[in-house]
Design a protein around this ligand. Structure first.
Ligand SMILES: CC(C)(COP(=O)(O)OP(=O)(O)OC[C@H]1O[C@@H](n2cnc3c(N)ncnc32)[C@H](O)[C@@H]1OP(=O)(O)O)[C@@H](O)C(=O)NCCC(=O)NCCS
Length: 305
């Protein structure tokens, strides 16, 4: 890659917990910022080798010798940071990226990415995704080794209409428990390509913040779940997954009906969700329930490692 030598030019280092304040400010301060943290905060990954920081070049000798510097040593300022985490491997997402305009942003990004992808390869990660919720990385990502793999599209529903309910024999829907998470992660692994899977840890974290999180069980065997969050004054269906062995038998419809009743009980009438544009089965389910594509799409970029 043409940026391969930039890692030597830029003093990229692992970001540490004491960088938290500077990173939080950097993410607000600079125009080139990206956060895709799901149920976490950007600083939650500090200390992981997959989180790197790019300090500003050292202060001049004059500045360091100044009287002010003797009393108040200058704080190290950052001109960039980048975090990628695999949760779960073998795929990872770029969770945080930020670079100052003054830093030759594309080259600075290349230097940070080189360091992070070396680490990801060592941990058997084979794919790195970047969900481009903002426009800025798009023109740079091909030169950084990413290709456009997919798109996420937002669907919405504002009406009260629901399709007629079809009972699924022996199906029970109940709130998710902490002990369900390993089983739900297994269903995720069976139903999704690596990039889209949620781990048991991510689901447990989501469970503590969710608007509602239900599992569907057949004879005590958990076969699917739905996970929803608040989105302003509405509800957001963050995930619905059914064991592939049972697709097409009404489990997804039963979970979605249950979720929509919960939203209504809480007075939430606007519902949103995101799905991949190539996820035809999910679009059949959503359209059956009166969701329509809002027209908002975000590109999904991928780098094979
Ligand atoms: C999307 C998903 C949850 C649907 O669950 P399900 O239990 O199969 O859904 P249902 O059996 O209730 O089917 C709902 C409707 O979708 C349609 N449908 C389901 N699978 C379909 C498929 N493979 N092709 C075409 N239509 C399909 C059916 O028309 C059905 O409507 P019907 O009741 O009128 O027949 C399931 O396919 C799944 O887990 N997929 C993988 C995970 C995923 O993509 N989740 C969504 C993330 S955004």
């Amino acid at each position: 890659m043409e940026f391969a030598n930039h890692e030597r030019k830029y003093a990229v280092r692992t970001a540490v917990p004491s960088d938290a304040r500077e990173i939080t400010q950097l993410l607000k301060r600079v125009p080139y910022s990206h956060v895709h943290a799901d149920w976490r905060l950007p600083v939650d990954w500090l200390g992981s080798p997959g989180f790197v920081a790019l300090p500003e070049p050292a202060f001049s000798t004059e500045q360091r010798r100044s009287v002010a510097a003797k009393f108040l040593p200058p704080r190290e300022r950052l001109q960039g940071c980048l975090a990628a985490t695999a949760d779960p491997a073998p795929a990872a997402w770029v969770r945080v990226a930020s670079v100052a305009a003054a830093a030759d942003p594309q080259a600075a990004l290349a230097a940070m990415l080189a360091r992070v992808t070396d680490y990801l390869r060592e941990t058997a990660v084979t794919q790195l995704g970047w969900l481009a919720v903002r426009d800025w990385p798009g023109p740079w990502l091909p030169d950084l080794g990413f290709y456009r793999a997919n798109e996420i599209e937002t669907y919405v529903k504002d009406d009260d209409w629901l399709p007629a309910r079809t009972a699924v024999s022996r199906l029970v829907i109940r709130p998710a428990k902490r002990s369900d998470m390993p089983r739900l992660a297994q269903i995720e692994a069976a139903a999704f390509d690596p990039l889209w899977r949620y781990s048991a840890d991510a689901l447990a974290l989501a469970n503590r913040q969710a608007l509602c999180f239900d599992v569907a069980a057949l004879d005590d065997d958990v076969v699917g779940f739905q996970l929803s969050s608040w989105a302003g004054k509405g509800a957001h269906l963050a995930r619905i997954t059914v064991n592939p062995d049972l697709h097409g038998r009404g489990v997804g419809s039963a979970l979605l009906t249950h979720a929509i009743h919960t939203y209504r009980q809480r007075g939430l009438s606007h519902i949103s969700l995101n799905t991949q544009v190539d996820n035809i089965a999910s679009q059949f389910l959503y359209r059956k329930f009166g969701f329509y594509a809002s027209g908002q799409r975000f590109p999904v970029w991928v780098q094979d490692l």
